[in-house]
Design a protein around this ligand. Structure first.
Ligand SMILES: C[S@@+](CC[C@H](N)C(=O)[O-])C[C@H]1O[C@@H](n2cnc3c(N)ncnc32)[C@H](O)[C@@H]1O
Length: 234
């Protein structure tokens, strides 16, 4: 179902311009974009400090990243979201909360290397990424080998991906791809809310919905070893 465009979308996006670092596709051809388009972000200038940077891909309405930013004021957070309607809510909530350590990119994650310095991000959060079970959409899954190659270019050595999902099939698929791509998998639970990881867990909007319907939540961490090299992107 298509989401109805928010009222006054453009003026409201404009009012959040100070939080928005990038918008739209710079180029239709993603390969060409990643190779030829560069607007590498200067984190020190953006945040006014040299604190570590972490990234959420598919931030939705921003519940997770806002709570994370509240809990960790000495970390800078980047939140990526494809859908303008949705990222607007996250930005308006950030403004209302007065949080200064979050910025947003309204772009497809495919073009992250156009904006992020190589090996500059400590953690990538993938919360309830769309599982896309159709074989024809495998490359679009956010844990496909195509995306893991992208993450390896932006993650620091020793950096990690933290994944949560309600889809067992997508979870098992992701564990396979992490291993193949040279990540070390740890912190695996197939029932997050009844595990030792529950204490620090930040429940996202989708997580609350799935849990209310009785779904189990799957969670894993995939760490890039210190010597884990970045493969060529394309
Ligand atoms: C199922 S929602 C989960 C939202 C939120 N993380 C949560 O847990 O409540 C997945 C989000 O990822 C976004 N998304 C999907 N593919 C993306 C991509 N390639 N780049 C950026 N965002 C993407 C979608 O627009 C959607 O808002």
């Amino acid at each position: 179902m298509r989401m109805r465009r928010k009222r006054n979308l453009e003026p409201r996006m404009e009012a959040c311009a100070d939080l928005l670092l990038a918008r739209g596709k710079p180029c239709k051809n993603l390969k060409e974009a990643a190779e030829n388009y560069r607007a590498i972000l200067n984190y020190e200038q953006i945040f006014g400090n040299s604190n570590p940077v972490e990234l959420e891909i598919g931030c939705g309405n921003g519940g997770f990243i806002l709570e994370k930013a509240r809990r960790e004021p000495a970390v800078n957070y980047l939140a990526v979201e494809l859908c303008t309607n949705v990222i607007l809510t996250a930005m308006e909530r950030t403004k209302a909360a007065g949080l200064s350590n979050i910025r947003f990119l309204n772009i497809p994650a495919e073009i992250l290397p156009c904006y992020l310095r190589e090996h500059s991000v400590g953690v990538i959060y993938l919360n309830f990424s769309t599982p896309l079970p159709e074989k024809s959409r495998e490359k679009q899954r956010l844990t496909s080998s195509r995306f893991l190659a992208i993450y390896k270019t932006v993650l620091r050595r020793g950096g990690r991906i933290e994944q949560k999902t309600d889809s067992e099939e997508f979870f098992e698929y992701s564990l396979m791809r992490f291993g193949e791509a040279g990540f070390t998998v740890s912190g695996v639970t197939r029932d997050l809310h009844n595990s030792p990881y529950a204490a620090d867990n930040i429940v996202t909007e989708y997580e609350a919905n799935f849990t209310a319907k009785g779904s189990r939540i799957f969670r894993a961490v995939a760490t890039l070893e210190e010597n884990g090299g970045a493969d060529p992107l394309f």
